[in-house]
Design a protein around this ligand. Sequence first.
Ligand SMILES: [Zn+2]
Length: 89
Amino acid sequence: MNIQTALLPPHAEMVRAMLERDTAYEGVFFTAVKTTGIFCRPSCTARKPKPENVEFFAHADDCLSAGYRACLRCKPLDAAAIAPDWVQR
Ligand SMILES: [Zn+2]
């Protein structure tokens, strides 16, 4: 296990958060789909991929360097959208 992986929540927890679109994990990790080459926020409203096709990254930059492109729907590179609830209210 490398340092990158150690920073992430347990794999099963990330899969659960992704499938439930858990906004508590915004900015904690990103989901990258091997079959589409796209990466998303955990709370993305796009149809969820099969967990076995997903890679998890702690940073959007890591997704980019792995060759993934940002999702147009959830815009994982848009830092403003990661602002906590109290900012948006
Ligand atoms: Zn998305």
